[in-house]
Design a binder for this molecule. Structure first.
Ligand code: G3P
Ligand code: MG
Length: 262
């Protein structure tokens, strides 16, 4: 999913943020399958390790907000965390939804979707998340269809050391400390792509990144006007909670050229 990969496309890739997370509970298999149905090229998903070292798909460091349980992800075994209901908080029709493992997502959705795996690593010290993610991606034969992204520079540095063929995306946001949001340390991790918050870039910045061989994949853009602007500036992917909306916009901007949904 790096700049080179996207040269095969004449439009930005549609990456569904946490799956089709406006219409299904985020980071669940239902949200991911729905994104594929809506015409997404890929999904963004958040990954961290639980107590027994399994890579699980959840955004927050606690389960409180998106499941029936309470407590820190890293204090649950896989069996315990998968016994929680990860759908009812969103709507009764999603009752019984489970927190997926990264392995499950890679095996079921890897063949049809590109994956932007965001590693949620809160400290510079590793808990083993990078090695586990790389092992799973390699086992699933997905090295060339995955981008590993993170706000954590040490995480991206470790990914490069583990497998230099894996594409990496450097995430940054306006509320980070200056040295992170201005990417002063970027040369240390040599990412393949920049993943800025969508309102941190303009046409010039995108062109400059492209001249350096970097893809630009902004997140999380949900407004049609902003999407159209990013499309006209030539971004490589747009990470959105509304893959269906972006799909329709791309149809219009490509004068109705038909793309098959998955
Ligand atoms: O990967 C883009 C975006 O997901 C980063 O922020 O908090 O939604 O994981 P967050
Ligand atoms: Mg994320």
């Amino acid at each position: 999913m790096d700049a080179q990969y996207n040269r095969n496309f004449r439009r930005p890739l549609i990456l569904a943020h946490r799956g089709a997370s406006q219409q299904a509970p985020e980071n669940t298999m239902t949200a991911f399958r729905l994104a594929a149905k809506m015409g997404a090229d890929g999904i963004e998903l958040d990954v961290q390790l639980c107590k027994d070292g399994e890579a699980v798909v959840i955004h927050n460091f606690t389960v409180d907000e998106t499941t029936s349980g309470s407590g820190r992800v890293k204090d649950f075994t896989l069996a315990e965390i998968q016994s929680l209901d990860a759908g009812s908080w969103y709507g009764p029709e999603f009752a019984g939804e489970r927190i997926p493992t990264l392995a499950q997502v890679l095996h079921e959705l890897g063949p049809r979707l590109m994956l932007n795996i965001e590693l949620k690593a809160p400290t510079l010290r590793s808990d083993g998340l990078e090695a586990e993610a790389v092992r799973l991606v390699e086992d699933a034969n997905m090295v060339h269809r995955v981008t590993i992204s993170s706000f954590n520079l040490a995480t991206l540095w470790r990914i490069h050391r583990l497998n230099r063929h894996l594409s990496t995306g450097l995430l940054y946001a306006p509320d980070q400390p200056r040295h992170l949001r201005d990417r002063w340390l970027q040369p240390l991790v040599r990412p393949n792509a920049l993943h800025p918050r969508w309102d941190m870039i303009d046409k010039q910045a995108i062109a400059a990144a492209h001249r350096q061989g970097l893809a630009v994949n902004p997140w999380t853009c949900n407004e049609p006007e902003a999407m159209l602007r990013l499309i006209s500036w030539g971004v490589d992917a747009i990470i959105t909670d509304h893959p269906d909306l972006l799909y329709n916009l791309l149809h219009i901007t490509e004068s109705g050229e038909k793309r098959d949904k998955h």
